[in-house]
Write a protein that binds this ligand. Sequence first.
Ligand code: DUC
Ligand code: ZN
Ligand code: ZN
Length: 481
Amino acid sequence: MSLLIKGGTVVTADQSFMADVYCVDGKIAKVGADLTVPGGTEVIDAAGQYVMPGGIDPHTHMQLPFMGTVASEDFYSGTAAGLAGGTTCIIDFVIPAPGTSLMSAFHQWREWAEKSVSDYAFHVAVTWWDESVAQDMETLVKEHGVNSFKHFMAYKGAIMADDEILVNSFSKAWDLGALPTVHAENGELVYQLQKKLLAMGITGPEGHPQSRPPEVEGEAANRAIRIAQALKTPVYLVHVSTEEALDSVTRARSEGQRVFGEVLAGHLLIDDSVYKNKDFDVAAAHVMSPPFRPKKAQDALWKGLQSGNLQTTATDHCCFCADQKAAGKDDFTKIPNGTGGVENRMEVLWNAGVNTGRLTMNEFVKVTSTNAAQIFNMYPRKGAIAEGSDADIVVWDPKGKKTISAKTHHQNVDYNIFEGMEVTGIPSHTISQGKLVYCNGKLNVVRGAGNYIKRPPFAPYFDAIGKMRDMDPPFSVDRDS
Ligand code: DUC
Ligand code: ZN
Ligand code: ZN
C-alpha cells in the first residue's frame, strides 16, 4: 500500500520546504524533491498546498458517561470527524468512578475505542486513592503504555480529586516517570457558589459562568502547580482559560519549573456572552467547564500561545445534544457539561492564528501537533513529517474556504459552537496510517482501523526530566523504606 503526496510545501514544527512525501505501509518512507516511485502508487497532487503532520487533539471525551448521561459522540463518529478536520490522533480520558478499579475502567475504554477510525491514546484519571490505585498506575505505565494521569479538581461529590489524592498521585506519577495533568477548578468553591446562585433564584445557564469565576480556576491552577513544585514533578494543565491560571503557569515556567499549559480552540474564540442568549438550547449548548470567559481573556490566551507559555491546543470534545442538555432546564447545575470541536480545531486556529499573523505556519504545527506528541511522548512517531514516522498527514489548502455549521459537520451533535464562522485555510486531504481517508469533503474511513498508541514513561527517554529525577527526589526521606 503506497501513496505519494506530490509537489507540496512540507511544513513541520521547525522548517518549511518543497518536497514530495512517499508513504508505504502506514509509514513515511521518503521525503525529498521529485521522488520517483513504483507504478501503482496512489498520487495526491499537493501543488500550492501545505503538507503538515496530522493534528493531535490531546483532550477529548468520546462516549463519556457523565452527569447522568453519555456523550453523544462515540469513538467511531468522533475520530471520523477528527479526520475530516485534519486531526489524525486523539488522546482521550479513561475516567473510573471513585472506588472502582483503574484497570477495569481502562479495559472498558479500550473496548469502547476499538471502533475508532484513527489512532488514539489514553490518559487515565485518578478519582480516588488507596494502594490498589497506586498499583494500577504502575501496571498502566509499565504494561499498557499510559504515561499521563488526570486529576479533576472540580466535580465535588463525583470525580473530584482533593489535595490528599493530588499529593499521593503526583508523587506516584513521579516515581513512574509519568506526567500528572489537572483540570484546575476549585470544586468546593464551585459547589458553594452553585448553591448560593440557586438560592438566589438564578437557575438558567447564565448561572454557570457565575458559579465558576476566574478565581476558581486561578486558585486551583496555582495550587496544582505549587504541589507539583513541592514534589518536583512536572505538571500539565488542561484547558487554561483565564489570565489568573496563565499567570501561574508563566511564573512557574520563568522560575524553571516544568509546567505545561493547554488552551482550547473554543476559549480562544468564543466569549461568555453566549450564556446571555435567551434561547435555553443555545446557552446550554455552550455550558462546559471551565466556561467561556469575558473577551479580554482571549487576548491573554493568544499571548500565552504566542509566547510559548501555552504549548498545546485541544478541544475538550465532549458532545451532548439539546435533549440531553434539557436535563438542566430548571437548574443550570444539571446541564451536562461539554461542547464539541474536534473537527474544527485546526481550521479555526489557522484562520484566527496564521491568517492574522499571530502564529507562523511552523508554530501552528507545533501547537496543533508536534508539542502534544513531544509532551505525551509519541514523538517522532507522531507530530513529524520524517522518514519512519507514522504517515498521519494533512494536506492543507490555504485558499480553501468554508462556513462552519452543524448542518454540514460530521460530528454527532446537533450544535456547533463555531456555527457560522467563515474560515479560510482548510484540509483538502487527510492521510491516516498511509491511507487517504478524507478528500475534499468526502470521508472514506474504516471502522476499527485506528490503533491504540502506547506511550512509554518519560525517564530515561525524556532527558531533562531524567536529569531532574536523578538530581533530587521529591522528599528527603526514602519513601520505599
Ligand atoms: N468539562 C466539560 O465541559 N466536559 C467534560 C469534562 C470537563 O471537565
Ligand atoms: Zn476538564
Ligand atoms: Zn475534559
